[in-house]
Design a protein around this ligand. Structure first.
Ligand code: IPD
Ligand code: CA
Ligand code: CA
Length: 260
């Protein structure tokens, strides 16, 4: 049962990538949802419509929680759909965005699929079966020295600029790592940790559809993810997030930097 949902997920996410227009298409039109920094294009809506239609046709009793529209959202199996994570990148750069589909069974992680369309990289993981990028197995590396690490943070404003109780600790951390980067896609930044391209991740606010697929990929690669309060991530609520490629690194960051 689980395998067929996973197989369907990989297949429909790849198909959904074909909805994205060719790179040379002129300007992608978009509209603002909640102000100038939260936008949506017709492709976000088309992809969510396609994915939800395929899921509910195959599994009519499942629930779906999507970013752009309402769906039946109860059932033993719940799917989290972010049709384009990184819409601003999609509109401005035509790269650094992903289609994200995560699935949970009775509240527990089942599998996650994150498709970097521009790079044709399909990240995928089933709980207990490892994480992959296309056919290559992903394993979190052994880097433990902070001065060698790359820190991703999707909204720098919320972690390092705006006032909050952990800001000075985060600023110390930002000075102690080798570099700080912001890609602007929660899903791809978490997959970058799984792939060993970055080491740490902090986000001030992430929605279930942003991280619920990629967190499974990260955890299956050996990584660790929590809230800033050191709790397990809530399944269905907006949350702050800290993640690392190794539990010991995350423990060290919380112990040494989560203070003023
Ligand atoms: C956004 C991206 C971005 C993050 C925002 C998200 P969207 O998703 O993941 O990196 O900082 O919080 O809303 O709107 O492009 O799907
Ligand atoms: Ca998103
Ligand atoms: Ca989105």
């Amino acid at each position: 049962m689980e395998y067929s949902r996973y197989g369907l997920a990989v297949e429909i996410v790849r198909e959904a990538g074909k909805i994205i227009p060719p790179h040379n298409t002129s300007q992608i039109e978009f509209e603002e949802k909640n102000g100038h920094s939260d936008i949506v294009s017709k492709y976000d809506k088309q992809i969510e419509t396609y994915l939800s239609g395929e899921i509910l046709t195959a599994f009519p009793s499942d629930g779906i929680i999507g970013e752009e529209m309402k769906h039946p959202d109860s059932g033993d199996w719940i799917w989290y759909v972010d049709p384009i994570d990184g819409t601003t990148n999609f509109v401005n750069q035509r790269k650094n965005y992903a289609i994200s589909l995560g699935c949970y069974h009775n509240g527990k992680p089942a599998f996650g699929v994150v498709y970097d369309v521009a790079e044709n990289r399909m990240y995928h993981a089933q709980v207990g079966r490892g994480a992959f990028c296309n056919n290559d197995r992903l394993e979190c590396g052994k880097r433990t020295a902070l001065e060698e690490m790359l820190l991703y943070t999707p909204i720098i404003q919320a972690t390092l600029i705006d006032a909050h109780p952990l800001r000075s600790g985060m600023r110390r951390l930002a000075r102690d790592v080798r570099a700080v980067r912001s890609l602007g896609s929660v899903a791809l930044e978490l997959c970058a940790l799984a792939a060993g391209e970055a080491d740490l991740f902090i986000a001030g606010c992430s929605c279930p559809w942003d991280h619920n697929a990629a967190r499974i990929i990260l955890e299956e690669s050996g990584g660790e993810i929590r809230t800033w309060e050191n709790d397990a991530l809530p399944l269905d609520a907006k949350t702050n997030v800290i993640a690392a490629r190794q539990k010991s690194v995350l423990d060290k960051v919380v112990a040494e930097y989560w203070t003023d």
